[in-house]
Design a protein around this ligand. Structure first.
Ligand code: PMP
Length: 307
């Protein structure tokens, strides 16, 4: 259950949580042509707070909409300000932030005509997405029976609502089968990503991740590649296969919600020693230092605020 906050920013106004409602004929509710973001705010060690890579998330939101032919009626700067205002009003020192741009009600055909483009930003407290224990010990995952989108069927660079039907299929199958999460292969059989995470593997101290072409260009993925390079690791973006993952030293997921979650087994095959590996552990520790404002080298990724 989502923990309610006081208000949700809705089309430029702060609206009480329970009144932030839409009509059942909302176009996006029927056809899925809307876009969203997932952003995290963290409470820092010095008592201030920060939103991680906030402006870049808002730019990705606007670009996701552009891919669908939707013009967001706000600039990235306006959305950034709105997100911080909402966090402050809700007195949230740490939170998950969910902007959503959707097509409102009006025309009911697939072509949305001039239906209004509506925008919300909701904020609520949200702990570790896959659980605290997952961050520590890693999770059991399965390769999904569902393939990830072909790049010319759904637009994989857009964080589009409709794209997540594929994620829901994969995640619910994985959970029903007793796993924490799914790995999706693309339509050529190569590893693509999790239902809401990018994926990395470590082999002989080299870090590998699939090319960003067919997957969401994750901001956490980008942060981890940058951090790994800064720590002296070589990171290669290459096509990966399922059996490469089976015999890797380490495999882990990255994402705003999942942060850096080690993978302890895939399809019941233990990965490495079956616990979080040393590279994943190091990157996770350093990532948490960055998001908690404890590494000034990455201050430019933080949008500081105080409640
Ligand atoms: N892939 C998918 C399908 C996702 O939903 C997400 C979460 N937004 C990611 C990757 C990771 O992206 P980010 O690190 O920007 O959260």
């Amino acid at each position: 259950m989502v923990q309610k906050s006081e208000t949700i920013w809705f089309d430029g106004k702060q609206v009480p949580w329970d009144e932030a409602n839409v009509h059942v004929l909302t176009h996006t509710l029927h056809y899925g042509a809307g876009v969203f973001e997932g952003i995290r705010a963290y409470e820092c060690a010095d008592g201030s707070s920060e939103v991680f890579r906030l402006e870049e998330h808002m730019v990705r939101l606007i670009n996701s909409a552009k891919i669908l032919g939707i013009t967001v009626p706000y600039t990235a700067e306006e959305l950034t300000e709105a997100a911080v205002e909402t966090l402050k009003l809700n007195k949230l020192a740490g939170a998950y932030i969910r902007p959503l741009v959707f097509i409102g009600d009006g025309a009911m055909g697939v072509h949305p005509g001039d239906n209004p483009i509506r925008t919300i930003i909701a904020t609520w407290p949200w702990g570790a997405y896959l659980g605290e224990e997952a961050l520590e010990k890693g999770i059991a995952v399965k390769c999904s029976t569902f393939n990830r989108h072909h790049v010319n069927v759904m637009m994989t660079k857009s964080k589009a609502c409709g794209n997540y039907v594929n994620s829901v299929l994969a995640k619910t199958e994985a959970v029903a089968d007793g796993y924490h999460e799914a790995i999706l292969l693309d339509t050529t059989g190569h590893v693509s990503e999790g239902s809401g995470e990018n994926i990395f593997m470590v082999q002989d101290d080299v870090i590998y991740t699939p090319h960003a072409d067919g997957v969401l260009g994750g901001l956490t993925r980008n942060s981890i590649i940058t951090l790994a390079n800064d720590l002296g690791y070589e990171v290669r973006e290459e096509p990966l296969t399922r059996d490469m993952l089976y015999v890797a030293d380490e495999v882990f997921f990255t994402g705003t919600a999942a942060e850096l979650t080690p993978i302890s087994s895939i399809d019941r095959r233990q990965i490495g020693s079956g616990i979080a590996g040393p590279v994943a552990k190091l990157l996770q520790t350093e990532y948490f230092k960055i998001v908690k404002g404890e590494n000034s080298d990455y201050e430019h990724w933080l949008h500081r605020y105080s409640i």
